[in-house]
Design a protein around this ligand. Sequence first.
Ligand SMILES: [Zn+2]
Ligand SMILES: [Zn+2]
Length: 895
Amino acid sequence: MTALPKAYEPGKIEQKWYDFWLKRGYFTPEIEPDKRPFVIIMPPPNVTGELHLGHALTATLEDIMVRWHRMRGDPTLWLPGIDHAGIATQVVVERQLAKQGQTREQIGREEFTRLTWAWAEKSIAEIRHQHQLLGASCDWSREKFTLDEGPSKAVRTAFVRLYEKGLIYRGERMINWCPRCQTALSDLEVEHKDIAGHLYYIRYPSTRGDGFVTVATTRPETFLGDTAVAVHPEDARYKNRIGSTVTLPVIDRDIPVIADEAVDASFGTGALKITPAHDPTDAEIAQRHDLPLIHIMNPDATMNEHAGPYQGLDRIACRDRVLADLKERGLLEKIEPYSHSVGHCDRCQTMVEPRVSLQWFVQTGPLAKPAIEAVRDGRITIIPERFVKTYYHWMENIRDWCISRQLWWGHRIPVWYCQGCAGVIVLVDEPTACAQCGSSQLVQDPDVLDTWFSSALWTHSTLGWPDETDDLRYFYPGSVMETAYDIIFFWVAKMIMMGLEDMGEIPFRTVYLHGLIRDASGEKMSRTKLRGKPMNPSEPISRYGVDAVRFALTAGTTPGNDMNVGTAKFESGRNFVNKLWNASRFILKSLDEAGFAAPVTPALSQKPPTLEDRWISSQLNRLIVNVTELMEGFQFGEAEQQIYDFVWSKFCDWYIEIAKTRLRSQSDPSPVPYLVDTLEKSLRLLHPFMPFVTEELWQSLKQHLPPESRIPASIMIAPYPLADDRAFAPEAERVLEAVIEIVRSIRNVRAQHKVEPGKWIEARVYADELLTDLKAQASIIEAAAKARPLSILDRRERDPARDGALVLVLKEAEVVLPLAGMVDRLAEEQRLGKESEEIRGRISQLEARLRDESFLSKAPSQAVEREREKLALLEDKLQRLQRELSQLRSTSPDS
Ligand SMILES: [Zn+2]
Ligand SMILES: [Zn+2]
């Protein structure tokens, strides 16, 4: 039997246990038809690079759920996958090419796709490695990439079905265009930034020669594409202009002045220039008035042939020239500073150009309806609940989804154009000839689909859809979709729409949205690595170990709320791992010394347990009940916190310390069975949170147990602890909590008065209801507080006038310490006064907290209950402190 090494070295054991789990196939579930499986389809991280701490949080929370369900005996599938991230990946590879002085056009579509695949494969391996480093217990045998054959067939099938139902159409619509990426973007791929710009007032001379109409615009260069000036029909300033024309300067084109209710007469001059090809609002007005569209820009945002003398200029350079020319003609009335919101490409940060363009769209209205219903009727639960409103709002106002992208990396649109009869062929598999005219001259649409089109199918395409597979039958619908709340519309909403559309059934029962991780400065970890450098989890992992990092990520996490993660949290995780390690070493040593002959579980013990045995056992069972309830309510941060508090304080600081005294005096019964039992169950409770150190310690513990015990081969397949109702011992808890409070208060005084650690001090404890019980625990109090002589007396025997000493007011008792020469009345009065003030402060804080609506609605009910109990205790304590204080004052020699 090998003893545990003195210090925990995570690097040495993490790889060992991960390989062990993997080799034994624990991550791969069995299909057990009469059991309902627990399923998480991992929202696929982008292939664009290494994981950051945000991904690590996602993986940790999913792994906690998955390991917990596996230990509960559910057939558990966590299916990992990667997203090809169309535009983001293409930008990365293009940048690499640019470093070698090349463009994708130079090397061609085929070579570019080959290069991108090679890059993606390396990246997929790296992301898999990082997930494994984190301890993620995914079923790697089912790993999927969005561009794999299966998911690709699903994409083509879904496209064809929607097209045949009339829910996919091709049309000329206003879209967001990135001039650098040269592709359409969806509304969600546009990042709006506030820009300090200008409002330019430009005069358009009246064609009939009676003055000007002045328009205000942030983009003067677009006047080249104007097809009207619009005013409000009731605007008295312009009434006589309606129906007349003005002449655009420089290019001398006449455009009408029209009236439209949509014009805001209070903005600028009240006259609005209409550029329908380059502005979404203008496009709508133009449609109502049947105005022509004039494109003035090429796809790369240089000016085209409609820009007259400005043709060939970039849109930025064009603005300067336009302004100079207008000024020269006296047509630039004034310039005002003006800040406004401008859309930028989420992937490359180039200013987006609104543009009317021929694209493919999904008609989302009919898909959104059943998706709204599924949440409304409770088939899908969204946690936290406040995001339900956001979901409805977005879904009820959803716009048609532009799904075509002018990219090379992605799923090619399954549409072919016949050169013979100009027919459009939409098929899952590539056709060889046109069904209409027989021509084999078919040209496939050059565009690819929006990446989110394939992620929308992810919940079923990963399980084999459109084929009827065993996996699809058994594992669909999934249990939980776990992701950050900023992804709700990218993923969650689309998955619900497409899951319902393709499968006729919801894709998952619960949507759990976690908060965003922000760094110490509060900055959000970006979804892309192109901007800034988000923290790679392997840095803290190499310094603190995986378990400490997972602990830190989970600590304080509540559904939907952001949190900061920094060094202090990692250190606290590492300290906890070390505490657990040292406690285990002590217990294993005690177990060795007791020998196999000693009963190692409380059930086998013949002797009646002591008070502290019953206390720790009761506390442990209470913990099991709480943790189970918290896990079921997705309160993982609070569950971890409660296990931490139990292990650190109750088990290590109190039970083990008391057990040491008992072991030294070879008391009977031995605490060893309770030491072993509490440790073993704590390890299982902690396993989903900290898988590696718990496996290592559990395996060592297993070696020490009698060989006949029927114990599983790994903690990860051992059952999650269940509470034993018989273990609850409220009276033992009450007594031991009182003992702990007495010891703590004496220790505090010793520290305050700098009493040497080895020195014994006299103490008198006055109790009421607990008198007999406390008397029975005198030896524990004596040893732990270094209090001798210690007398435990009836509260009624106390004569405060004669105390002449330090009085500590506790929950169940008063402690009197006649520290000779140490106590002066004035100082004591001050201390009691200060303590009362402090308690008053805490009371008003708690009262404020319990009045705070946002706390009451966000915190778990247990936490609220705890705060209420705290308040009651503090109020009682304050009363007794006040009594002591008035006693002290009334007996004071000066009074
Ligand atoms: Zn871009
Ligand atoms: Zn044809």
